[in-house]
Ligand binder design. Structure first.
Ligand code: GDP
Length: 298
């Protein structure tokens, strides 16, 4: 299993090892709340969310003496309460093929996530097709082909520099003709020129709607959890570029403190469909709020 650098979680930094072991009780006073707030902010939870979580914990308990264990439980409860509503697997519609547009900045884990999802859906008996829509990066197309091979799923490609919308159109037509259940469309993730990217995504949507006017059925935004607060601005950006319907948070196996997930849930309420927990094909897990809250609080 991956090494967790701070296995004691957030509260490991608030209580000394001895206090933790002895289950000392500390008074929930302003000083304690401030320390708690600082910890939550340092975990990438963001100021607003951190303040709300601490104030919920203090509600009706100010001045009381609480044990380490009680504070951990309260914090875990608060985190789980924020996360519960967003823990939803990607919805599956009766529509065949269901079209899943995958967006996100380069390096966020789009390719890997598409490969993992393809493998899961295939294992569930679905016929899956992938379209390599980032036609500007030859390396991205190659990488996606590697993942397609691993998952045993065909990857449709187009020559470098060709129009991604036209590839998406062909892919959907083919997926329809072949009776596929699911078409996943990879997209470019270079934010250097947002206007271009916006136009490109809009064109893909426009063009696939000529084949199926209900497509895309899901627009997944892939976010790298290790980018911390950056993930928040990526959601803002991509919501302006596309009609994001859900999130996949990658790299939660590493050193990511994960607090940003709480901030994301609190701020946007977008469903978290899955989390990436490693680089292998099976390293994609459903998002479990209780498990996440327990891991975060330690
Ligand atoms: P893309 O540019 O968005 O398509 O990103 P890639 O799928 O190529 O991923 C970028 C890097 O992140 C690669 O080295 C992946 O192996 C790695 N990666 C993706 N998802 C995860 C994950 O959940 N955990 C870890 N540890 N690494 C991941």
């Amino acid at each position: 299993p991956p090494e967790v650098p701070d296995s004691k979680g957030l509260l490991g930094r608030l209580f000394t090892r001895n206090e933790d072991r002895m289950v000392v009780r500390r008074t929930l006073d302003d000083d304690m709340l401030e320390q708690l707030e600082e910890l939550l902010i340092a975990s990438d939870m963001g100021v607003d969310t951190a303040l709300r979580v601490t104030s919920n914990i203090a509600e009706g308990r100010f001045g009381r003496k609480l044990s380490t264990q009680e504070i951990k439980q309260l914090l875990a409860q608060e985190v789980a309460r924020v996360m519960d509503p967003v823990a939803k697997p990607m919805p599956i519609y009766p529509k065949r093929p269901q079209v899943v547009l995958v967006v996100g900045v380069n390096g966020s884990g789009k390719t890997t996530t598409i490969g993992k999802l393809a493998s899961q859906f295939k294992a569930a008996g679905k016929k899956v097709v992938i379209a390599a829509g980032d036609t500007f990066r030859a390396a991205a197309v190659e990488q996606l082909q590697v993942w397609g091979d691993r998952a045993g799923v065909p990857v449709l490609t187009a020559p470098e520099g060709s129009d991604p919308a036209s590839l998406a159109f062909d892919a959907l037509t083919k997926a329809q003709n072949e009776g596929a259940d699911l078409l996943m469309i990879d997209t470019a993730g270079r934010l250097q020129n947002r206007a271009d990217l916006m136009e490109e995504l809009a064109k893909i949507v426009r063009v696939i709607r000529k084949v199926d006017d209900t497509a895309p059925h899901n627009t997944l935004l892939v976010l790298d959890a290790t980018t911390g607060q950056n993930a928040l601005s990526q959601v803002e950006t991509f919501r302006n570029l596309a009609d994001v319907s859900g999130l996949v948070m990658t790299k939660l196996d590493g050193t990511a403190k994960g607090g940003v997930l709480v901030a994301l849930a609190d701020k946007f309420g977008l469903p978290i469909h899955a989390i990436g927990v490693g680089e292998q094909i099976d390293d994609l897990a459903p998002f479990d709020p209780e498990e996440f809250a327990a891991a975060l609080t330690g």
